[in-house]
Structure formats: C-alpha cells, structure tokens
Design a protein around this ligand. Sequence first.
Ligand code: COA
Length: 234
Amino acid sequence: MLEVYCLKLDKKINENMYNQMSYYISNDKIVRINKIKRLKDRIPHLVGDILVRYLIHIKLGIPNDRIEFKYNENGKPSFLNFENFHFNLSHSGEYVVCAIDDCDIGIDVEKIKEIDLSIVRVVFTDHEIWKLEKEVIENRQRLFYSIWTLKESFVKKIGVGLTFPLKKIEIQQKDQLTFLHNNKIHYFYQTNVDHEHILSVCSGNPISNCPIKHIDVMELYNWVTNNHIYLAKQ
Ligand SMILES: CC(C)(COP(=O)(O)OP(=O)(O)OC[C@H]1O[C@@H](n2cnc3c(N)ncnc32)[C@H](O)[C@@H]1OP(=O)(O)O)[C@@H](O)C(=O)NCCC(=O)NCCS
C-alpha cells in the first residue's frame, strides 16, 4: 500500500552531523554527493538516501549494511535485495519526500516559485496551455506546478525521467487522476505539503487517499548514530 513520508529540513544539519551521517550510505553515492559544491545542496541527497534506508529498516527489519541499491540506465534507484519494496525520492525547497509501495512508484515535490511560463510551450499539451491561460494570473504559478509535478511523478515512476517528452503526457481528471500509457493505467495523487510546496505521486495501483507521514530529521540522525552500521570507508 502506498505511503508517503515527508521530512522538513528546517533543523540545522551542521558539517559535523553531515560528516557523521555520510558513513551510513554507500561510498559511491557519497563520492557523487560530495562533488556538489555547497553543503546546503548536498544535504537533501544524503538525507533522502538515509530516509529510504531508515524506512527499509523499520518496515522490513533489514540492517543498514545489507541495504544495497541498483540504478537503471536513467539513474532510477531501486532496492536490490527485495523485489516487492518500491520507493522513489524527491527534494525541493526545504522538503525531502519518499513514497513507498508494492509496485513501481514515482514522486515529485516542488516549491512553488516564480517561473518563466514560456517553458509551457515545450512541456504542456495545447489543452493544458489553454487551461493555464484561462486561469487568473495569481493562480497560474500553482497550476503550472500542479501539472508539472503530476507529469514528473509519471516519468519518475516509469524510470525514464525527463528523457520522456512531457508534452505527450496529459493526466485526466475524472473520479481519479489517471493517464493511459502503453495500455496501462497510471494513477495519481496530489496534495499540498504546505502553502508553498506541492507534491504528486504516480502509482500502478488506484490511490484513494494518502495522508503524509512526517518524520523529524533528528529521528534519522539518532537512528544512524545509535545504529553503528557504517557503509562508507572510514
Ligand atoms: C529523474 C529526474 C527527473 C529527477 O529530477 P530532479 O529535479 O533532480 O528531481 P527530484 O528531486 O524529484 O528527484 C531526485 C531523486 O529521484 C531519483 N531518481 C534519479 N533518477 C531517476 C529516474 N530516472 N527515475 C526516477 N527517479 C529517479 C533519485 O532518488 C534522486 O535522488 P538523488 O538525486 O538524491 O539521488 C532527472 O534527474 C532526470 O530526468 N533524470 C533522467 C535523465 C538521465 O538519464 N540522466 C542520466 C543520469 S544516469
């Protein structure tokens, strides 16, 4: 069953905490993350990886040193040791979110911010552009991110990311939000995390409701530091 976890990075993770936590993810991943210049921009990637490990640990009882991820050709991570546990991560603004399910899943969270709406010509269908243009100006930004996150959750579910032409996706709103692709129905769920952040999830299973579960970053920090199961080389 679909579950969505949300973590707000409002508590300070200082360099010392970052360094301690970095021992709990794979060496390859920490090397990749550490290429990012600013600590602030590295934190969501590290916290996201640890959040999935934490969820795998509490849901399946698997210790951290037995958790290994594999990646598809477009970089989508999945859990190597357990076929029925699917997850997907997203980060934006102050939030890191993770969806878990027993089938393929995609999630996208976005901070609603100023954006040059000329991009819609490239990524939206004519009908979506029409809907956006008839919306009152002050609601356009939100509508843009509503449509964008739905599309991105779909391309993340199927694992292709932005290599898929977003203009070819149009989510239907009837009883549920759905999109038919390759004779398969994909189901969507959308909610506001707060007044500035919107998130969408795409799953192969119908989604009726999915309350977001909030996790405090200190819960993760305490888990890794009490756990003492390192992964990266010391
Ligand atoms: C997937 C993609 C849309 C994510 O964009 P983004 O704005 O960084 O998105 P989010 O914050 O929502 O998601 C990031 C997370 O999605 C996951 N992810 C990465 N690639 C993914 C993919 N192809 N499909 C689904 N999820 C993916 C990872 O967990 C990633 O977290 P990390 O960066 O901390 O490892 C974008 O990276 C993309 O289009 N990738 C495919 C393009 C490609 O093939 N690149 C080559 C990489 S090997």
